[in-house]
Design a protein around this ligand. Structure first.
Ligand code: PA5
Length: 440
């Protein structure tokens, strides 16, 4: 069975040496043991660690049956959620989808996303799109109280009930939330929605392999059993790749490389990087510490951020995701006149050119003082995306413990909410409202 692979050889020579990485070996092993033994900070959120191998065939079949019902009855399915209740599904669906799926006919519903922003035009346009069409809703919130998805759900639930009737609505709204707590749980119970539970011990950003990610991915027509099997490959394949990544990035961080740029050469991976940014940003960015996770889409961004990366402040390193093979084959034709001067690459596949752009970029960046780590995927298939997800999750847990933070909390995200609630006059925030208004 082919697998994803990591190569850190181009991280050496400038900021760090192999010895610097080796010196972090015992720290990385201790961090991995802390995860496994469950005796570190945030140990009540380790449900993701052996989640892939604990998922049963019956659970997958159950999710698939719900997905099939939505696929059969709906033209659109709106997945409502934000942060960890959004990014994983979006990342996987985009990585596996035709880039122009939105504009093409398909034999299943289009999966749309809402509740991941508070853009008034966005929700208006989405409501306009589904107007008059049978649609379903998957509403996802672990806490069941997050404002952004709650607003989107109130609007879309009302539209669906008005449009298709309450019976259709209650049969085609699926709620994924905490087992007992939160407003969404109460609402789902009252309306009789099909529900799935987000386990207590799985945090939002580690939840893509729970129904949070699996249901929307199945609705989009992808093979969730293969995705999970990929995660199991890495869960049970030994820690070496994750240790390598965690040691290398921590060595680079200690050498002053404060920003990690996840680079891809494949447009479908844009949102995989968004998922990765949340995973690493929320897990490591605390207590005044943490690598800043950034991302670029190459070669597109070589014509914008390429300048900064090649020549700007030398505080960055790159992790490049390379996809070994494309599913399609497009060959550059020869032209008799050759007015564009491209005959020197005539007969080559577009991907061969892309690969040379990738190699050329990596060499140029290493020469320019940007160490590279390379993670390769055999192809954009469920199996390898599943492997990549678990690889990043486990490496994140190890890396966070090496950094000395609790990788499983996110106290910082409460600050904006407190101010927003105070500004909106939410009951219970009267004191904060007075205080914030005095500042304005
Ligand atoms: O990783 C996290 O915990 C967060 O990003 C949450 O996923 C996000 O805030 C959404 O929370 P909830 O699922 O409770 O609506």
């Amino acid at each position: 069975m082919s697998k994803i692979a990591i190569n850190n050889s181009t991280a050496f020579g400038g900021a760090i040496s192999q010895a610097d990485v080796d010196n972090l070996r015992s720290k990385a092993l201790a961090a991995a043991a802390t995860l496994e033994n469950g005796d570190g900070a945030g140990n009540d959120f380790l449900g993701w660690l052996h989640l892939p191998s604990s998922i049963t065939r019956d659970e997958l079949n159950e999710l698939q049956a719900t997905a099939d019902k939505l696929r059969r009855d709906c033209e659109y399915v709106v997945a409502i959620g934000i942060g960890g209740s959004y990014l994983g599904a979006k990342a996987v669906i985009d990585a596996l989808s035709d880039s122009f799926a939105a504009y093409k006919k398909s034999n299943g519903p289009k999966v749309l996303f809402a509740g991941n922003n508070i853009g008034e035009d966005y929700i208006h346009e989405l409501m306009g799109l589904v107007d008059g069409h049978p649609f379903g809703i998957i509403v996802i919130s672990k806490s069941g109280t997050t404002t952004e998805p709650a607003i989107a759900f109130r609007l879309l639930k009302e539209q669906l009930e008005r449009q298709q009737g309450r019976k259709f609505a209650s049969g085609h709204i699926i709620a994924i939330t905490d087992a007992a707590r939160g407003a969404l749980r109460g609402l789902a119970t009252q309306e009789g929605y099909t529900t799935y539970v987000i386990p207590d011990n799985v945090g939002g950003r580690f939840s893509v392999l729970t129904p949070v990610g699996l249901l929307p991915i199945a609705v989009a027509g992808f093979d969730i059993a293969e995705l999970v099997a990929g995660a199991v490959d890495i869960e049970q394949g030994g820690d070496e790749p994750m240790l390598c990544y965690a040691q290398t990035r921590n060595a680079l961080y200690q050498a002053g490389k404060k920003v990690e740029i996840l680079a891809n050469f494949c447009p479908r991976l844009h949102n995989l990087a968004e998922w990765w940014k949340q995973l690493y940003g929320e897990s490591e960015g605390k207590d005044g510490k943490g690598i800043f996770p950034a991302s670029v889409d190459f070669t597109t961004d070589l014509h914008s951020m390429g300048q900064w990366i090649q020549d700007g402040e030398r505080t960055i390193f790159e992790t490049v995701i390379t996809v070994e093979s494309q599913s399609a084959k497009v060959v550059i034709p020869s032209d008799d006149d050759d007015l564009d001067g491209l005959n020197y690459i005539a007969g080559k596949r577009v991907d061969q050119v892309n690969k040379m752009a990738e190699l050329g970029t990596r060499l140029a960046h290493v020469d320019g003082g940007v160490p590279n780590i390379v993670i390769s995927l055999p192809a954009l298939k469920e199996r390898y995306i599943g492997q990549l997800i678990y690889f990043f999750e486990k490496a994140c847990g190890i890396s966070g413990y090496m950094l000395g933070v609790n990788p499983f909390n996110q106290p910082g995200v409460e600050a904006y909410k407190k101010n927003m609630f105070a500004l909106l006059g939410k009951p219970g925030y009267e004191e904060a409202t007075r205080a914030i208004q005095a500042r304005l």
